[in-house]
Design a protein around this ligand. Structure first.
Ligand code: FES
Length: 125
């Protein structure tokens, strides 16, 4: 599939917006993004997986999640990639947002797709 075809297909079929090239994200780190008024945290793990989540900590609403600490753990015998809030260290799954170490609301996760080195974020509005 050509890059142009992939981009046109993703953009038209499911309302995704191009956000950045995947190589622009540093492995093991996050970056904050403002898209249509929504603050989003983008993450690239050390294993080169890409995730998007709300930049707001679900526990306090603090806009800090892009500065969270990436890591991983085992859940039901399977490896799960995680982000810990940098303030009080509550740990959230990056695949579904579930909080693993407290009775806290889930971290909202956004659909993020990589195609030919381009990251596409599902628009929230
Ligand atoms: S501010 Fe995020 S866990 Fe407290």
């Amino acid at each position: 599939m050509s890059t142009q075809f992939a981009e046109e297909t993703i953009e038209k079929s499911v309302n995704f917006a191009p956000v950045c090239r995947s190589e622009e994200l540093e492995p093991g780190w996050g970056e904050a993004l403002l898209l249509d008024g929504a603050q989003v945290a983008l993450f690239r793990t050390e294993a080169n997986s890409f995730y998007a989540a709300s930049h707001h900590c679900p526990t306090t609403g603090a806009k800090v999640m892009a500065r969270g600490i990436l890591g991983g753990t085992m859940v039901d015998g399977r490896p799960v990639e995680t982000v810990a809030c940098p303030l009080h260290k509550e740990v959230y799954r990056l695949d579904n947002g579930t909080c693993l170490n407290a009775d806290s609301p889930a971290l909202p996760i956004h659909e993020l797709v990589e195609a030919d080195g381009q990251l596409w974020l599902q628009q929230t509005r």
